[in-house]
Ligand binder design. Structure first.
Ligand SMILES: C[S@@+](CC[C@H](N)C(=O)[O-])C[C@H]1O[C@@H](n2cnc3c(N)ncnc32)[C@H](O)[C@@H]1O
Length: 263
């Protein structure tokens, strides 16, 4: 197993997973709740760090209006192409600049952003402390970095027995640089020099199976790993979750840690 698998699996994404992401990353009211503390408004210059296929960037571009601008960043070339295509089809190309990143350094001058948002990306970065320092560099005084992420040790997929879910997560741990990033975001923000840091945790129960995509991704990572978990044990978790959804008994929780940091 390559030590940088947590990054490599984003640089090269297999087609089946790319299609899953189109479904997973759509703009929904649940996303609205997660980005609300960033207070995006007309005229702002905003960055979306780890933009995926561009749904959030397009929504941000609508909100900043003709006088604002959105910089969308990702390490995956296909996501950058999709973000550009999405901007084009929405008539927002001149409001969105999509940049493919090859390092943790953002191609922006100091103090240029009113807002930086990043959702479910910090769990993958090489060095979360360095990323926070970079956010602090590019956000201008009076601006805000709004960072949202999971903490995989706190996820629940019922009725999968807790021990089996934990074993699957452990077998998939190589897919994340910092699996327990959620609980660490506050300290990282403070350590990077953000003066005013607020934390909220949002936990929206999923009984409709949205998180079944996540379960399948975790199973795929476990399958790709070196751990001793058997294929039967991996499939068993997927089957329990899939059958529970069919029986109307599926219940999943993935608390989102929202850390809003003022410069
Ligand atoms: C779980 S997805 C989240 C996508 C989007 N932010 C959302 O919430 O819909 C993680 C994204 O982070 C990107 N990513 C992973 N590591 C990254 C890094 N070191 N720098 C920038 N983007 C990264 C991936 O390519 C992927 O688009």
């Amino acid at each position: 197993m390559n030590d940088s698998y947590y990054k490599d699996h984003w640089v090269a994404i297999e087609p089946e997973r790319l299609d899953r992401y189109e479904a997973m990353f759509k703009w929904t009211p649940a996303v609205e709740v997660l980005l609300a503390p960033a207070k995006i408004s007309s005229g702002q210059t905003v960055a979306d760090f780890g933009c995926g296929p561009g749904y959030v960037a397009v929504e941000l571009a609508k909100r900043v209006g003709a006088d604002g601008h959105v910089h969308a960043f990702d390490i995956n070339a296909d996501f950058i192409a999709r973000t550009r295509a999405r901007a084009e089809s929405e008539g927002l190309s001149d409001r969105i600049t999509a940049h493919q990143l090859t390092s943790g350094k953002l191609p922006l001058d100091d103090d240029v952003l009113d807002r930086l948002v990043t959702k479910n990306v910090m769990v993958y970065v090489d060095d979360p402390a360095a990323s926070f320092q970079e956010f602090h560099r590019v956000v201008k005084p009076g601006g805000v970095a709004h960072v949202v992420d999971s903490d995989f040790g706190m996820t629940v997929v019922d009725p999968v027995p807790a021990g089996q879910w934990r074993a699957l997560l452990d077998a998939a741990a190589h897919a994340f640089r910092t699996p327990s990033i959620g609980r660490q975001l506050y300290g990282l923000a403070r350590g990077a020099g953000f003066a005013d840091v607020t934390v909220e945790v949002v936990a929206i129960p999923d009984t409709h199976g949205r998180m079944l995509h996540f379960v399948n991704n975790i199973a795929g990572y476990a399958h790709d790993g070196d751990s001793a978990i058997s294929e039967g044990d991996i499939q068993n978790v997927v089957d329990i979750a899939t059958n529970a959804l069919a029986n109307g008994q599926f219940f999943a929780l993935n608390p989102q840690f929202m850390v809003t940091c003022a410069v």
